[in-house]
Design a protein around this ligand. Structure first.
Ligand code: NAI
Ligand code: MG
Length: 394
């Protein structure tokens, strides 16, 4: 790219440059660093790499380069899952993948899988299954952009985290088709909200809210419980009441203010006043939708990372899907996957390495090196990745 082009891209990127977000402290007690003493190769955690489908095969190799740069010699294991795996083997999530993750790995990095929108006999989304198999009950999705705008066009910034329950809600996938009295089809889905899952996701969100309060000069944070209990008073009512009970059981910590917000007006608020949102806790489907919406505040889905966190395992995963519209073109934004690798390392206790990744990504974006999904971006996946590697080595 010419230096003039680079400069104008840098200006266009100004509103998405400050999206640092991987440096979240470990949230699950047992997902912390197991190898405190050194970073010698033998003590490094083993990470499973699951590209999946589509651009997963472009962004996970990019993240692999970053992991190998910040922790040379880190043991990485390539694992299969996804629709192509299903077509080849009859299983979207081969048992061997789960076995290797359980027996050999301390963490994993997942790309994305393509799930058909029509029913395919025998196919079930491997990511949903993997979250259940490994009990990855919390999906932590930070969205940070100091240059984000509000609905009045003012640059107010956003620095929020969506904590999505990962194991139940409509994702229990209990659907059935019946025939009504007129002979027409009628479909039903079961939505499961349990006290246990609602409790532990709120405990995670509250821990995060307390960490954020402690790291601020104000000493405070805001925890927003998202639900729709004005309509779904039994299921969402249980989620809301459980969240409130968790807060009370924790002694209603004065550093954290708790509030409720209905899911539909939460979307409105995200765009109207992104700076008013801090930590959001939500049931599975609401959390999924809210985090894609919030990704727009960051500038692109290709920038937003996440970590799936459980009591004994952590799996980084970009928020985006397999993006079949751009797959194979070499233009997929690797930043979400790279930042997810940073979140993974942060949760495994490698905070310095996670921060180095954050800073390198930020530096590259500030210099205007970005893929086309970001306004003004013209670089390839490889260009961006190489620039991040170079920034890490500088
Ligand atoms: P998507 O996230 O794949 O794509 C939405 C839009 O964002 C597309 O225009 C795409 O080109 C763009 N985009 C996404 N990631 C990008 C990146 N890294 N760089 C540049 N542009 C990017 O969502 P969509 O289209 O709804 O779903 C496509 C497939 O992905 C479906 O089969 C869906 O089931 C699957 N999916 C898988 C997920 C997972 O494995 N965790 C999550 C979401 C969707
Ligand atoms: Mg999603």
């Amino acid at each position: 790219m010419s230096s003039t082009g680079m400069a104008s891209t840098a200006r266009a990127l100004a509103h998405v440059a400050r999206t640092t977000c991987t440096a979240i402290e470990p949230l699950a007690m047992t997902a912390q660093r197991r190898h405190q003493s050194s970073t010698s190769t033998s003590s490094l955690p083993t990470i499973g790499l699951i590209p999946g489908d589509g651009i997963g095969h472009e962004v996970i190799p990019a993240a692999r380069r970053i992991l190998e740069t910040v922790l040379p010699g880190i043991p990485l294991v390539d694992l299969d899952a996804g629709f192509a795996t299903f077509e080849r083997t009859g299983k979207a999530l081969p048992p061997s993948t789960v076995q290797v993750l359980r027996d050999q790995c301390q963490g994993a990095l997942f790309g994305a899988v393509s799930s058909p929108i029509h029913k395919v006999a025998g196919y079930s989304s491997p990511i949903v299954q993997l979250r259940k198999e490994l009990d990855l009950y919390a999906n932590v999705r930070p969205v940070v952009n100091k240059k984000a705008f509000n609905a009045s066009g003012e640059q107010v910034g956003c620095d929020l985290v969506i904590v999505r329950e990962n194991t139940e809600c409509l994702y229990v996938k209990q659907e059935r088709l019946e025939t009504d009295a007129n002979g027409e089809s009628i479909a039903f889905a079961t939505r499961q909200i349990s006290q246990r899952a609602s409790r532990r996701i709120t405990e995670t969100a509250l821990r995060l809210a307390q960490q954020r309060a402690a790291s601020r000069s104000s000493g405070t944070s805001l925890l927003t419980v998202v639900h729709k209990s004005n309509v779904l008073s039994v299921t969402d009512g249980l989620f809301r009441e459980t969240a409130r009970a968790v807060f009370a059981a924790a002694g209603s910590p004065s550093a954290v203010k708790i509030e409720d917000q209905l899911v539909d007006s939460m979307v409105y608020r995200l765009f109207r006043a992104p700076d008013s949102v801090d930590v959001v806790v939500a049931p599975n489907l609401y959390g999924d939708i809210l985090s894609d919406a919030a990704a727009a505040l960051a500038g692109s889905l290709g920038l937003v990372p996440s970590a799936n966190v459980g009591p004994s395992f952590v799996m980084g995963e970009p928020v985006h899907g397999s993006a079949p519209d751009i797959a194979g073109k070499g233009v997929a934004n690797p930043v979400a996957a790279i930042r997810s690798a940073g979140m993974l390392l942060a949760h495994l206790g490698y905070a310095d390495e996670a921060q180095r990744i954050d800073r390198a990504v930020e530096e590259v974006m500030t210099r205007g090196i970005a893929t086309p999904d970001v306004p003004g971006g013209r670089a390839s996946t490889n260009d961006v990745t190489s620039a991040v590697v170079a920034a890490l080595q500088a």
